[in-house]
Design a protein around this ligand. Structure first.
Ligand SMILES: Nc1nc2c(c(=O)[nH]1)N(C=O)[C@@H](CNc1ccc(C(=O)N[C@@H](CCC(=O)O)C(=O)O)cc1)CN2
Ligand SMILES: Nc1nc2c(ncn2[C@@H]2O[C@H](COP(=O)(O)OP(=O)(O)OP(=O)(O)O)[C@@H](O)[C@H]2O)c(=O)[nH]1
Ligand SMILES: [K+]
Ligand SMILES: [Mg+2]
Length: 443
């Protein structure tokens, strides 16, 4: 099957690129240009006609990449045309008429690249991350993984396990021969090395995932404290409705920010109070769920009504900042007990001390992004495989008895398999759909 898709973004653009991959690629070029195949990898200007007609669609540039030296490893072509809906539609319609040509699924070009051994699974995922990167740090992380350092590390660890496995299997094949002491020592050394490396990689404060998905800040507090006002103030736009009516916000409202290159998702939530309204109660439940997931909580309270409920007290941990708002209305001193908490006094109305709050947020953020190791886990999938690997390795280490060699070998095989799945070295067919469905079309 030959696939094709628009690889540049949708909407009007100066130029659009349609990519083709598969055995019929040459035929597609010939039929569209009524002519010869350009020199490989040389941009060549051509008149592009409707199939089986001399009606001109557009003048465009054709790039011909004969397989296997192409992105997917198959024969490929790029057709660069003017980026209008009409040109793209006409081109799509023409290519669809050619036998065995169909529109590509999301991520299908990259899936082919993986299946044809051009790239490993980590690289495929990081290409998707690079395409959706919005901030500098997200771009750097994606490029780092694309360059292959993490994959090298996982392959190195897997290699060590395979080495152990071959020794253990030798013992199973020749049960009468004891493993020499130096080999037993080597096995112990290597399995501990892998174990410690994985433990170190897992002990990462989820930095990689935070960079990929965004650092989660949740605004919480009693009704009318100014939570929605704070969201609007931080994101510089009217994202949420502000009113003097208590209970205005019911749903969670999110905005995406870029703070010094760090991706941040700020959520405004329903004010927390005793409520009889079923809708409001649902909103409050959502607020508390968000509090659980947050990397940082901004607990907003009204300076003139400084009672902190038990629920809010429970949320004031080391990942929380107490934001005392409406400083402009404050007449008396603040309770010294409250002053002991990690707090900041602001007025959104008078724009007082907002910079202090942002500084505090940045400090918290930067602390969370510190990481000494180069190996970054960017997805839950990687974490799960590493945890499984660790469990099997621990179970392997517990088996010292001579009779347990069979079971030990099985533990090792499973540990090795889980490491292999991260990079895509072993059969991962069942997880490919879920990985590539997140891609955009044309990639
Ligand atoms: N026009 C265009 N720009 C693009 C891409 C593309 O496909 N087309 N890319 C798409 O991702 C990225 C560049 N990545 C690419 C990766 C591999 C090959 C490729 O043809 N690889 C062959 C030959 C390698 C070589 O000659 O060095 C191969 O791996 O065998 C092309 C682009 C970004 N820019
Ligand atoms: N005086 C004063 N009023 C403020 C300040 N910040 C917000 N307000 C007002 O406080 C009221 C409530 O603000 P909101 O942002 O809607 O409060 P909220 O916490 O989102 O309220 P709910 O969504 O109902 O829980 C509005 O009338 C705001 O204009 C401030 O710094 N000073
Ligand atoms: K309100
Ligand atoms: Mg609100």
């Amino acid at each position: 099957m030959t696939i094709f898709a628009l690889s540049t973004g949708p909407g009007i653009s100066g130029i659009a690129i349609i990519r083709v991959s598969g055995v019929e690629t040459k035929k597609v070029i010939k039929l569209l240009t009524n002519g010869t195949i350009p020199e490989p990898r040389i941009a060549t200007l051509k008149k592009i006609n409707k199939i089986n007609s001399s009606e001109l669609i557009d003048e465009g540039i054709i790039l011909w990449f004969p397989g296997p030296e192409s992105y997917t490893g198959e024969d490929m072509a790029e057709i660069h045309v003017h980026g209008s809906k009409a040109v793209i539609d006409a081109l799509h319609a023409s290519i669809s008429k050619i036998e065995n040509c169909r529109m590509a699924e999301p991520g299908e070009f990259t899936r082919l690249a993986f299946q044809n051994g051009k790239i490993n699974l980590l690289k495929a995922e990081s290409i998707a991350d690079l395409i959706s990167a919005e901030t500098e740090i997200q771009r750097q992380q994606a490029i780092k993984i694309m360059s292959g350092k993490s994959a090298d590390k996982f392959n190195e660890l897997r290699g060590k396990l395979l080495k152990i496995l071959s020794n253990v299997e030798a013992k199973i094949d020749f049960p009468d021969e004891d493993l020499p002491d130096d080999i037993l020592k080597e096995i112990k050394k290597n399995s501990n090395y892998v174990l410690q490396n994985i433990e170190k990689i897992l002990d990462d404060q989820k930095v990689g995932e935070r960079i990929r998905e965004g650092f989660k800040i949740t605004i919480l507090g009693p009704t009318n404290a100014g939570k929605s006002s704070l969201l609007n103030c931080l994101s510089n736009r009217e994202a949420a409705i502000v009113s003097e009516i208590a209970g205005t916000t019911r749903d969670v409202i999110e905005t995406h920010l870029n703070i010094d290159g760090y991706p941040v998702i700020v959520s405004d939530t329903a004010g927390i109070r005793e409520s009889k309204s079923e809708i409001e109660k649902k909103g409050i439940k959502l607020s508390l769920n968000r509090a659980d997931e947050a990397d940082l909580k901004l607990i907003v309270v009204d300076a003139k009504n400084l009672v902190i409920s038990d629920v809010l007290k429970g949320l004031l941990d080391q990942n929380a900042i107490l934001v005392i708002n409406k400083l402009d209305l404050l007449e008396e001193d603040i309770d010294p007990e409250i002053k002991k908490l990690n707090h900041v006094l602001i007025s959104i109305k008078e724009n007082l001390n907002i910079d202090q709050l942002i500084l505090k947020i940045k400090k918290n953020l930067k602390n969370k992004f510190i990481k000494n190791d180069n190996i970054l886990i960017t997805r839950e999938r990687h974490r799960q495989h590493l945890k499984q690997c660790l469990n099997h390795l621990k179970s392997f280490n517990e088996k010292n008895e001579v009779d347990d060699f069979d079971k030990a070998a099985e533990d090792l095989r499973l540990a090795t398999r889980n490491l292999g799945m991260i990079v895509g070295k072993v059969d991962v067919e069942e997880i490919l759909d879920s990985i590539f469905n997140d891609f955009c079309i044309g990639k």
